[in-house]
Design a protein around this ligand. Structure first.
Ligand code: FA5
Length: 335
């Protein structure tokens, strides 16, 4: 095992030497230190070892981990530019020459389209309670679905919301039924970062509650939204999904625009990018929002706005969007 750990460290160093971009370094961090890395596998093997072996190997493994983290951090610090694009640093930035952020643009396109369909735009807090983020959404403590969204818990007993679905409950509480709301906002998950996963990203939630609402209504709204954003036919697929707050649940994927669906690092060679979670509102959720589930039905959806912006502007790495580098973001041909 010691030899293997040594080899991992050497191999990481070799690969780091070849990196010139922060994105590539972060990809290596994920490959060597992420949840699916060989190191994580070795760490999880520890629990099956005898106490003696644990003592023996535990410190070797942890030392290797620390060294690897150090190598990655040093590499990032020593990179000339965090976003590796060459710019003329002598440019005097003209404040009048600003441009909207790609996520702002798609958020506006989606909300404008929803407003035309009678939706009211609402918002909720980014620091949220477990009740609104999970419990009221039919995700009790110890429910395995909580593991699907690695949560940042705060010292004050609150959390950073993992989804905009907290607005479903707040919306029902505030406005009752019938209801038609949408809620764009920032969400947070303790994820391993890669080309299509951020730990801070935007979603927009939508919820419609009325008498006789059906899946057809949901599909119509999804179609209209995508038309509004892309102005052209795009290839999507609908798959059965699982969310405790909807039944039935679906996930909608879009054919990856970077590779045209052939498979590339952005879509992890699948040809598809997961874009939307949706479904018919679970009666328990209606009840939690104080709505009569015998009288009313509803649908809800959560669209990944940051991924939508990636697809609209053919951005092959989601992390660019949080880079905050105006010089880079201004390179997109945004009208
Ligand atoms: C949800 O967050 C559900 N709240 C969506 C929902 C709402 C379902 C209402 C049913 C009813 P999910 O974890 O799949 O589901 O995320 C929804 C979308 O957010 C994804 O399809 C994807 O576009 C985006 N997303 C999820 N995780 C990330 C991430 N780490 N980085 C960037 N985008 C992400």
């Amino acid at each position: 095992m010691e030899k293997e750990l040594e080899n991992l460290l050497v191999s990481l160093k070799n690969e780091l030497d070849k990196c010139t971009k922060e994105f590539d370094v972060l990809n290596l961090k994920s490959k060597y230190l992420g949840k699916k890395s060989r190191l994580s596998e070795i760490l999880s093997e520890l629990k099956n070892m005898s106490v003696e072996d644990k003592r023996l190997y535990g410190s070797v493994i942890n030392n290797t981990k620390k060294q690897m983290e150090q190598e990655v951090n040093e590499k990032i610090e020593n990179l000339d530019s965090k976003v590796n694009i060459s710019f003329d640093d002598t440019i005097d930035y003209d404040v009048n020459n600003g441009s909207l952020h790609p996520v702002t643009i798609v958020a506006k396109e989606v909300t404008d389209c929803l407003k035309k369909m009678g939706f009211t735009v609402v918002s909720g807090p980014e620091m949220e309670s477990e009740y609104y983020n999970f419990e009221a959404l039919n995700v009790p403590k110890d429910h395995p679905a909580r593991d699907m969204q690695d949560t940042y818990y705060l010292d004050n007993g609150m959390l950073l919301r993992t989804q905009t679905s907290d607005n479903q409950i707040r919306g029902m509480e505030n406005y009752g039924a019938p209801l038609r709301i949408c809620a764009p906002g920032r969400t947070f998950r303790n994820e391993d970062l890669d080309a299509n996963h951020e730990n801070t990203f935007f979603q927009i939630e939508g919820m419609v509650i009325d008498k006789n609402i059906s899946i057809e209504n949901l599909m119509y709204v999804m179609q209209e939204l995508l038309k509004e954003v892309f102005h052209t036919n795009i290839k999507v697929r609908l798959r059965p999904g699982f969310f405790p707050f909807t039944e039935p649940s679906y996930e909608m994927d879009m054919s990856c625009v970077i590779c045209g669906g052939k498979g590339c690092p952005t879509c992890k060679n699948s040809g598809w990018i997961e874009l939307i979670g949706c479904g018919m509102v679970h009666p328990n959720v209606l009840r939690a929002g104080g709505i009569d589930s015998e009288q009313y039905t509803g649908f809800a959806f959560g669209i990944g706005l940051t991924r939508l912006a990636m697809m609209k502007y053919k951005i092959n790495d989601i992390r660019v969007l949080n880079s905050g580098d105006i010089r880079y973001l201004k390179n997109f041909d945004i009208k």
